[in-house]
Design a protein around this ligand. Structure first.
Ligand SMILES: C[S@@+](CC[C@H](N)C(=O)[O-])C[C@H]1O[C@@H](n2cnc3c(N)ncnc32)[C@H](O)[C@@H]1O
Length: 323
């Protein structure tokens, strides 16, 4: 089965959705404001004769019109970072402030961690965690190239992440950019169509639920947790958010994005989800000519429900799956 067709009942324009999924993804770079400005980065691309278009929703994201920039000096010196346009959304929704303590639970290879640092003017503290040592080596390389200095790297399973090494009990904000079945990346990686299985979806859902719960527990009351994936599967999106709402002290909050998005769905294949998941946002490839994405913003507290890390361990028994 072509997994992309599984989601036709969810989209407003089936033909445009299928056509967009078949088109190659435009190559985009994010300007690294820790090292340069958008104007200087644009001048450097002009000097290298590399064409670009500034996206209308985020001046720091440039679509390159003729090829990649990975072998050019502005890239080598960390002025630019190759990052899919729509994947800039979760860090913007998290909205970290300079000086805050931020946990990136699934951080490698570091696109969003370095974006978080840039949004924080490289001030404060970002804990970039991932359970894959190999992928963390790419993250360290990226952090070095991009001149990020407020990041500490940890190599833990986020589901039972310990706060003991830190001198504080809670983070201000936490990002869960979860491992997922990745159909939203089909324009960049058409192989996901052949690799997709329902068994993988079922196994990764257990990991996602464990990580989102630990993220909420590790974030201060009033703090923010953003949960994102690059899958269209409601099992990995709205169902995971519903699980978090039913088991932890949190609620879904609305957030602004200049991208065209669709609200989260409240029903899928006979399952009903929490009504507030309509405040989450789905991005389909045909809406903005990007990859596919899901993003939910949660505020911690307000429900008088606070459970322990040990209880989350129940979810952590599921098979461990990497993106
Ligand atoms: C979607 S990728 C993250 C991409 C990253 N946020 C970025 O922007 O560059 C998901 C990551 O989750 C990691 N992962 C999978 N299971 C995990 C777990 N139990 N704890 C921590 N990280 C995990 C994978 O190794 C993978 O790097």
């Amino acid at each position: 089965m072509d997994p992309i067709k599984r989601y036709l009942p969810l989209v407003d324009d089936e033909e445009a959705f299928l056509a967009a999924c078949d088109r190659p993804l435009p190559y985009a770079v994010r300007v690294n404001t820790i090292k340069t400005t958008v104007e200087r980065a644009k001048a450097a691309l002009d000097a290298e004769d590399i064409g670009y278009e500034q996206t209308d929703w985020n001046p720091e994201i440039l679509r390159l019109t003729d090829g990649k920039a990975g072998t050019t000096w502005p890239y080598f010196h960390g002025w630019l970072h190759g990052q899919e346009e729509v994947s800039a959304l979760p860090a913007i929704a998290l909205d970290p402030q300079p000086g805050e303590k931020v946990w990136d639970t699934c951080a490698a290879p570091g696109s969003k961690s370095s974006q978080l640092s840039a949004l924080m003017d490289d001030e404060g503290f970002v804990v970039a965690n991932d359970n894959s040592l190999g992928r963390l080596s790419a993250l360290r390389h990226n952090a070095e190239r991009l001149g990020v200095t407020n990041v500490a790297v940890t190599n833990r399973d986020a589901r039972n992440f310990s706060m003991k090494p830190f001198h504080f009990d809670h983070f201000d904000r936490t990002l869960v950019d979860a491992p997922c079945s990745c159909e939203g990346t089909v324009r960049k990686n058409p192989d996901v169509r052949d690799q997709w299985t329902m068994n993988h979806v079922k196994s990764v859902v257990g990991v996602q639920k464990g990580i989102i719960r630990r993220a909420i527990q590790a974030t201060k009351p009033g703090g923010i947790v953003v949960y994102s994936t690059c899958t269209f599967a409601p099992e990995e999106n709205e169902a995971v958010v519903t699980h978090a709402l039913e088991s932890e002290d949190c609620g879904v909050v609305e957030f602004d994005t200049p991208l065209e998005t669709s609200p989260g769905v409240t029903e899928w294949e006979g399952e009903e989800y929490h009504p507030s998941v309509t405040k989450t946002q789905r991005v389909y490839p045909h809406q903005n000519d990007t990859g596919g994405f899901f993003c939910a913003k949660l505020k911690v507290g307000g429900t008088e429900r606070r459970e322990t890390a040990a209880e989350v361990g129940g979810d952590a028994d599921e098979t461990e799956v990497e993106a």
